[in-house]
Design a protein around this ligand. Sequence first.
Ligand SMILES: Cc1cc2nc3c(=O)[nH]c(=O)nc-3n(C[C@H](O)[C@H](O)[C@H](O)COP(=O)(O)O)c2cc1C
Length: 330
Amino acid sequence: MSVQIGNIDLGDFPLLLAPMEDVSDPPFRYVCKQNGADLMYTEFISSEGLIRDAAKSRQKLDIFEYERPIGIQIFGSDIEHMREATEIATAAGPDLMDINYGCPVKNVACRGAGASLLQDIDKMVAMTSAVVKATHLPVTVKTRLGWDDNTKNVYEVAERLQDVGIQALTIHGRTRAQMYKGVADWTLIHQIRKNPRIKIPIFGNGDIDSPQKAAEWRMQYEVDGMMIGRAAIGYPWIFREVKHYFKTGEMLAPPTIAERVDVCRTHLEKSIAWKGPKTGIFEMRRHYSNYFKGLDHFKEYRMKLVVADTFEQIDEILHRVTEHYSEQMA
Ligand SMILES: Cc1cc2nc3c(=O)[nH]c(=O)nc-3n(C[C@H](O)[C@H](O)[C@H](O)COP(=O)(O)O)c2cc1C
Protein backbone atom coordinates (compact mmCIF):
# COMPACT_ATOMS: atom_id res chain seq x y z
CA MET A 1 0.00 0.00 0.00
CA SER A 2 1.26 3.42 -0.93
CA VAL A 3 2.38 5.68 1.92
CA GLN A 4 0.88 9.17 1.87
CA ILE A 5 1.95 12.30 3.73
CA GLY A 6 -0.62 14.98 2.97
CA ASN A 7 -0.94 14.69 -0.79
CA ILE A 8 2.63 13.45 -1.25
CA ASP A 9 2.61 9.88 -2.49
CA LEU A 10 5.76 8.06 -1.38
CA GLY A 11 4.97 4.68 -2.91
CA ASP A 12 5.14 1.37 -1.13
CA PHE A 13 7.57 1.21 1.81
CA PRO A 14 9.56 4.39 1.21
CA LEU A 15 13.22 4.74 2.15
CA LEU A 16 14.06 8.09 3.70
CA LEU A 17 17.42 9.79 3.86
CA ALA A 18 18.06 10.93 7.43
CA PRO A 19 18.76 14.57 8.17
CA MET A 20 22.46 14.76 9.06
CA GLU A 21 24.27 17.92 10.02
CA ASP A 22 27.22 18.68 7.75
CA VAL A 23 26.33 15.69 5.57
CA SER A 24 22.86 15.89 4.04
CA ASP A 25 23.35 19.05 2.03
CA PRO A 26 22.11 19.43 -1.58
CA PRO A 27 25.18 17.76 -3.24
CA PHE A 28 24.88 14.70 -1.01
CA ARG A 29 21.13 14.63 -1.44
CA TYR A 30 21.62 14.64 -5.21
CA VAL A 31 23.56 11.38 -5.18
CA CYS A 32 21.14 9.79 -2.70
CA LYS A 33 18.18 10.76 -4.85
CA GLN A 34 19.87 9.28 -7.91
CA ASN A 35 20.21 6.04 -6.02
CA GLY A 36 16.66 5.72 -4.84
CA ALA A 37 15.97 7.79 -1.71
CA ASP A 38 12.20 8.41 -1.69
CA LEU A 39 12.04 11.28 0.80
CA MET A 40 14.88 13.45 2.00
CA TYR A 41 15.40 16.07 4.67
CA THR A 42 17.70 19.01 5.06
CA GLU A 43 20.20 19.12 7.90
CA PHE A 44 18.57 20.52 11.02
CA ILE A 45 18.23 24.28 10.96
CA SER A 46 18.20 26.45 14.05
CA SER A 47 15.01 28.48 14.45
CA GLU A 48 17.04 31.17 16.17
CA GLY A 49 19.45 31.27 13.23
CA LEU A 50 16.62 31.62 10.74
CA ILE A 51 15.07 34.48 12.64
CA ARG A 52 18.41 36.26 13.01
CA ASP A 53 18.87 35.73 9.28
CA ALA A 54 22.19 33.99 9.94
CA ALA A 55 23.87 33.10 6.64
CA LYS A 56 24.63 29.53 7.69
CA SER A 57 21.02 28.78 8.56
CA ARG A 58 19.68 30.54 5.47
CA GLN A 59 21.94 28.55 3.18
CA LYS A 60 20.52 25.32 4.56
CA LEU A 61 17.13 26.36 3.17
CA ASP A 62 18.43 25.89 -0.39
CA ILE A 63 16.49 23.18 -2.11
CA PHE A 64 16.39 22.13 -5.75
CA GLU A 65 13.60 20.79 -7.92
CA TYR A 66 15.32 17.42 -8.44
CA GLU A 67 15.17 16.73 -4.71
CA ARG A 68 11.42 16.65 -4.33
CA PRO A 69 9.79 15.54 -2.16
CA ILE A 70 11.96 17.22 0.44
CA GLY A 71 11.38 18.33 4.01
CA ILE A 72 13.06 21.16 5.88
CA GLN A 73 13.94 20.22 9.43
CA ILE A 74 13.98 22.86 12.14
CA PHE A 75 14.71 22.82 15.86
CA GLY A 76 14.42 25.25 18.72
CA SER A 77 13.40 25.72 22.32
CA ASP A 78 11.09 28.73 22.03
CA ILE A 79 7.60 28.14 20.72
CA GLU A 80 7.10 31.60 19.24
CA HIS A 81 10.47 31.42 17.49
CA MET A 82 9.63 27.99 16.11
CA ARG A 83 6.40 29.43 14.72
CA GLU A 84 8.28 32.26 13.04
CA ALA A 85 10.96 29.90 11.73
CA THR A 86 8.24 27.69 10.25
CA GLU A 87 6.92 30.63 8.25
CA ILE A 88 10.41 31.48 7.00
CA ALA A 89 11.16 27.86 6.05
CA THR A 90 7.76 27.39 4.39
CA ALA A 91 8.54 30.36 2.15
CA ALA A 92 11.59 28.45 0.86
CA GLY A 93 9.15 26.05 -0.85
CA PRO A 94 9.76 22.56 0.60
CA ASP A 95 7.16 19.80 0.33
CA LEU A 96 6.90 19.38 4.07
CA MET A 97 8.20 20.67 7.39
CA ASP A 98 9.89 18.49 9.99
CA ILE A 99 10.57 19.15 13.65
CA ASN A 100 13.64 17.74 15.36
CA TYR A 101 12.94 16.31 18.80
CA GLY A 102 15.89 13.95 18.65
CA CYS A 103 19.10 15.96 18.81
CA PRO A 104 20.99 14.67 21.87
CA VAL A 105 23.73 17.30 21.89
CA LYS A 106 23.91 19.76 24.76
CA ASN A 107 25.57 22.70 23.04
CA VAL A 108 24.17 26.19 23.02
CA ALA A 109 22.06 25.69 19.92
CA CYS A 110 20.41 22.55 21.26
CA ARG A 111 19.85 23.70 24.82
CA GLY A 112 16.19 23.12 25.60
CA ALA A 113 15.63 21.98 22.02
CA GLY A 114 15.83 18.65 20.17
CA ALA A 115 15.54 15.64 22.49
CA SER A 116 15.27 17.90 25.55
CA LEU A 117 11.62 18.35 24.71
CA LEU A 118 11.11 14.67 25.52
CA GLN A 119 11.33 15.80 29.16
CA ASP A 120 8.45 18.21 28.73
CA ILE A 121 5.77 16.65 26.56
CA ASP A 122 3.25 19.42 27.20
CA LYS A 123 5.67 21.94 25.74
CA MET A 124 6.48 19.60 22.86
CA VAL A 125 2.79 19.30 22.04
CA ALA A 126 2.28 23.06 22.23
CA MET A 127 5.32 23.66 20.01
CA THR A 128 4.16 21.10 17.46
CA SER A 129 0.69 22.57 17.39
CA ALA A 130 2.15 26.04 16.78
CA VAL A 131 4.25 24.73 13.89
CA VAL A 132 1.30 22.87 12.34
CA LYS A 133 -0.78 26.07 12.48
CA ALA A 134 2.00 28.18 11.00
CA THR A 135 2.25 26.34 7.70
CA HIS A 136 0.00 25.00 4.96
CA LEU A 137 2.46 22.12 4.46
CA PRO A 138 2.28 18.70 6.13
CA VAL A 139 4.37 18.56 9.31
CA THR A 140 6.39 15.49 10.32
CA VAL A 141 8.42 14.85 13.46
CA LYS A 142 11.63 12.98 14.18
CA THR A 143 12.34 11.87 17.71
CA ARG A 144 13.84 9.18 19.94
CA LEU A 145 12.39 6.54 22.30
CA GLY A 146 12.53 8.91 25.25
CA TRP A 147 15.01 10.71 27.47
CA ASP A 148 16.54 7.66 29.15
CA ASP A 149 15.80 4.04 30.03
CA ASN A 150 13.34 5.04 32.74
CA THR A 151 11.37 7.48 30.62
CA LYS A 152 10.72 5.88 27.25
CA ASN A 153 7.65 7.98 26.57
CA VAL A 154 7.47 7.94 22.77
CA TYR A 155 4.25 5.87 22.82
CA GLU A 156 2.42 8.74 24.48
CA VAL A 157 4.32 11.28 22.38
CA ALA A 158 3.13 9.58 19.18
CA GLU A 159 -0.54 9.77 20.16
CA ARG A 160 -0.38 13.35 21.38
CA LEU A 161 1.54 14.65 18.38
CA GLN A 162 -0.85 12.90 16.01
CA ASP A 163 -3.71 14.58 17.86
CA VAL A 164 -2.27 18.03 17.13
CA GLY A 165 -1.88 17.27 13.46
CA ILE A 166 1.50 15.78 12.54
CA GLN A 167 1.29 13.61 9.44
CA ALA A 168 4.16 11.17 9.96
CA LEU A 169 6.57 10.23 12.74
CA THR A 170 10.11 8.91 12.48
CA ILE A 171 11.51 7.25 15.58
CA HIS A 172 15.20 6.60 16.18
CA GLY A 173 15.34 3.48 18.33
CA ARG A 174 17.56 4.97 21.00
CA THR A 175 17.04 7.20 24.02
CA ARG A 176 18.67 10.59 24.44
CA ALA A 177 20.94 9.10 27.10
CA GLN A 178 22.23 6.52 24.63
CA MET A 179 23.39 9.18 22.18
CA TYR A 180 24.58 6.88 19.37
CA LYS A 181 25.82 4.04 21.59
CA GLY A 182 24.47 0.54 21.93
CA VAL A 183 22.13 -1.07 19.47
CA ALA A 184 18.94 0.57 18.23
CA ASP A 185 15.85 -1.14 19.66
CA TRP A 186 12.79 -1.01 17.45
CA THR A 187 10.46 -2.91 19.82
CA LEU A 188 8.69 0.21 20.98
CA ILE A 189 8.46 1.50 17.41
CA HIS A 190 6.63 -1.74 16.59
CA GLN A 191 4.22 -1.23 19.50
CA ILE A 192 3.41 2.26 18.28
CA ARG A 193 2.83 0.96 14.79
CA LYS A 194 0.41 -1.61 16.22
CA ASN A 195 -1.44 0.96 18.35
CA PRO A 196 -4.94 1.11 16.81
CA ARG A 197 -5.11 4.82 17.68
CA ILE A 198 -2.19 5.60 15.39
CA LYS A 199 -3.21 6.41 11.82
CA ILE A 200 -0.13 8.27 10.56
CA PRO A 201 2.85 6.54 8.91
CA ILE A 202 5.52 5.42 11.38
CA PHE A 203 9.07 5.25 10.06
CA GLY A 204 11.78 3.29 11.83
CA ASN A 205 15.29 4.64 12.15
CA GLY A 206 18.55 3.45 13.61
CA ASP A 207 21.25 1.01 12.52
CA ILE A 208 19.92 -0.05 9.11
CA ASP A 209 23.17 -0.86 7.35
CA SER A 210 22.42 -3.72 4.97
CA PRO A 211 19.62 -4.96 2.70
CA GLN A 212 19.26 -8.12 4.81
CA LYS A 213 18.77 -6.15 8.01
CA ALA A 214 16.31 -3.84 6.27
CA ALA A 215 14.25 -6.83 5.06
CA GLU A 216 14.39 -8.54 8.44
CA TRP A 217 13.40 -5.47 10.42
CA ARG A 218 10.68 -4.59 7.93
CA MET A 219 9.06 -7.96 8.62
CA GLN A 220 9.72 -7.93 12.33
CA TYR A 221 8.68 -4.37 13.18
CA GLU A 222 6.04 -3.74 10.49
CA VAL A 223 6.92 -0.06 10.04
CA ASP A 224 5.64 1.95 7.07
CA GLY A 225 9.11 2.80 5.83
CA MET A 226 12.67 3.28 7.02
CA MET A 227 15.04 6.17 7.42
CA ILE A 228 18.72 5.55 6.73
CA GLY A 229 21.52 7.81 7.91
CA ARG A 230 25.09 6.72 8.49
CA ALA A 231 24.98 3.79 6.09
CA ALA A 232 24.38 6.24 3.23
CA ILE A 233 27.45 8.34 3.99
CA GLY A 234 29.89 7.55 1.17
CA TYR A 235 27.50 4.79 0.13
CA PRO A 236 24.33 6.22 -1.45
CA TRP A 237 23.90 2.85 -3.21
CA ILE A 238 22.38 1.51 0.02
CA PHE A 239 18.96 2.75 -1.16
CA ARG A 240 19.00 0.91 -4.47
CA GLU A 241 20.52 -2.18 -2.85
CA VAL A 242 17.76 -2.36 -0.23
CA LYS A 243 15.08 -1.87 -2.88
CA HIS A 244 16.56 -4.54 -5.09
CA TYR A 245 16.71 -6.97 -2.19
CA PHE A 246 13.10 -6.29 -1.24
CA LYS A 247 12.03 -6.96 -4.80
CA THR A 248 14.13 -10.01 -5.64
CA GLY A 249 15.52 -11.40 -2.38
CA GLU A 250 18.94 -11.13 -3.96
CA MET A 251 21.90 -8.86 -3.35
CA LEU A 252 22.68 -6.34 -6.05
CA ALA A 253 26.34 -6.38 -7.05
CA PRO A 254 28.20 -3.62 -5.20
CA PRO A 255 29.28 -0.56 -7.19
CA THR A 256 32.40 -0.98 -9.29
CA ILE A 257 35.38 1.31 -8.78
CA ALA A 258 34.34 3.24 -11.88
CA GLU A 259 30.89 3.79 -10.38
CA ARG A 260 32.27 4.88 -7.04
CA VAL A 261 34.52 7.37 -8.78
CA ASP A 262 31.66 8.62 -10.96
CA VAL A 263 29.37 9.26 -8.03
CA CYS A 264 32.15 10.85 -6.01
CA ARG A 265 32.90 13.16 -8.96
CA THR A 266 29.22 14.04 -9.35
CA HIS A 267 29.08 14.86 -5.64
CA LEU A 268 32.09 17.13 -6.09
CA GLU A 269 30.61 18.82 -9.17
CA LYS A 270 27.35 19.49 -7.34
CA SER A 271 29.26 20.79 -4.36
CA ILE A 272 31.17 23.24 -6.56
CA ALA A 273 28.03 24.27 -8.44
CA TRP A 274 26.27 25.01 -5.16
CA LYS A 275 28.99 26.63 -3.07
CA GLY A 276 31.56 27.75 -5.62
CA PRO A 277 34.98 26.15 -6.18
CA LYS A 278 36.70 27.16 -2.97
CA THR A 279 34.10 26.07 -0.43
CA GLY A 280 32.78 23.29 -2.67
CA ILE A 281 36.20 21.65 -2.91
CA PHE A 282 36.94 22.20 0.78
CA GLU A 283 33.66 20.69 1.97
CA MET A 284 34.07 17.66 -0.27
CA ARG A 285 37.30 16.69 1.48
CA ARG A 286 35.53 14.96 4.32
CA HIS A 287 33.80 12.56 1.93
CA TYR A 288 36.67 10.90 0.02
CA SER A 289 37.59 8.28 2.59
CA ASN A 290 33.92 7.29 2.86
CA TYR A 291 33.50 6.75 -0.89
CA PHE A 292 36.56 4.54 -1.06
CA LYS A 293 36.28 2.70 2.24
CA GLY A 294 37.89 -0.70 2.21
CA LEU A 295 40.33 -0.09 -0.64
CA ASP A 296 43.89 -1.17 0.18
CA HIS A 297 46.30 1.71 0.66
CA PHE A 298 43.73 4.31 -0.34
CA LYS A 299 45.29 6.66 2.19
CA GLU A 300 47.93 7.66 -0.34
CA TYR A 301 45.27 8.89 -2.78
CA ARG A 302 43.24 10.46 -0.02
CA MET A 303 46.22 12.56 1.04
CA LYS A 304 46.44 13.88 -2.51
CA LEU A 305 42.71 14.46 -2.84
CA VAL A 306 42.49 16.53 0.32
CA VAL A 307 45.21 18.95 -0.72
CA ALA A 308 44.22 19.34 -4.37
CA ASP A 309 42.52 22.69 -4.84
CA THR A 310 41.13 22.65 -8.35
CA PHE A 311 38.52 20.43 -9.96
CA GLU A 312 41.02 19.43 -12.67
CA GLN A 313 43.58 18.20 -10.15
CA ILE A 314 40.99 16.19 -8.27
CA ASP A 315 39.57 14.78 -11.48
CA GLU A 316 43.06 13.65 -12.50
CA ILE A 317 43.58 11.87 -9.16
CA LEU A 318 40.16 10.25 -9.45
CA HIS A 319 41.15 8.91 -12.89
CA ARG A 320 44.23 7.38 -11.35
CA VAL A 321 42.11 5.82 -8.61
CA THR A 322 39.90 4.19 -11.28
CA GLU A 323 42.90 2.84 -13.17
CA HIS A 324 44.78 1.61 -10.14
CA TYR A 325 41.92 -0.15 -8.39
CA SER A 326 40.14 -1.46 -11.50
CA GLU A 327 43.35 -3.28 -12.42
CA GLN A 328 43.78 -4.52 -8.90
CA MET A 329 40.25 -5.87 -8.78
CA ALA A 330 40.13 -7.30 -12.31
C1 LIG B 1 26.76 13.21 11.36
C2 LIG B 1 25.34 13.11 11.84
C3 LIG B 1 24.56 14.25 11.86
C4 LIG B 1 23.21 14.18 12.27
N1 LIG B 1 22.43 15.29 12.20
C5 LIG B 1 21.09 15.17 12.45
C6 LIG B 1 20.21 16.25 12.20
O1 LIG B 1 20.62 17.34 11.74
N2 LIG B 1 18.89 16.07 12.49
C7 LIG B 1 18.39 14.87 12.97
O2 LIG B 1 17.18 14.75 13.20
N3 LIG B 1 19.20 13.85 13.20
C8 LIG B 1 20.53 13.95 12.94
N4 LIG B 1 21.34 12.86 13.08
C9 LIG B 1 20.73 11.56 13.47
C10 LIG B 1 20.34 10.77 12.21
O3 LIG B 1 19.34 11.43 11.48
C11 LIG B 1 19.83 9.34 12.59
O4 LIG B 1 18.71 9.47 13.42
C12 LIG B 1 20.88 8.51 13.30
O5 LIG B 1 22.13 8.63 12.67
C13 LIG B 1 20.46 7.03 13.38
O6 LIG B 1 20.26 6.51 12.09
P1 LIG B 1 21.39 5.61 11.35
O7 LIG B 1 21.74 4.48 12.29
O8 LIG B 1 20.72 5.12 10.09
O9 LIG B 1 22.55 6.49 11.10
C14 LIG B 1 22.68 12.93 12.71
C15 LIG B 1 23.50 11.79 12.72
C16 LIG B 1 24.81 11.87 12.29
C17 LIG B 1 25.65 10.62 12.28
